[in-house]
Unconditional design. Structure first.
Length: 83
């Protein structure tokens, strides 16, 4: 209700239901090995915390490709059932 109206008809504002995620962040490249290692780490943490996955892992990358690897921010996200 209080959001500004978009000045482009192609832009739509929609209500998205809230979700809960377990997340781990890491820097560097997002090759298969790095993604698998961080996904395994997150799943192990979730098991220790007794969190139940509600979907498949997702990879989020936040930087353009020319960003130096040690400055890159990446995340593995797994939706969890709220407790």
């Amino acid at each position: 209700e209080t959001l500004p109206k978009p000045n482009n008809d192609e832009v739509k504002i929609v209500l998205v239901p809230e979700k809960f995620y377990a997340v781990t962040k890491f820097s560097g490249f997002t090759g298969d090995e790095s993604v698998a290692e961080n996904t395994t780490y997150l799943k192990a943490w979730m098991a220790r915390e007794k969190l139940t996955a509600n979907g498949l892992p997702k990879l989020a990358r936040y930087n353009p490709p020319w960003t130096l690897p040690f400055w890159r921010r990446n995340e593995i996200l797994i939706e969890v059932n709220p407790n």
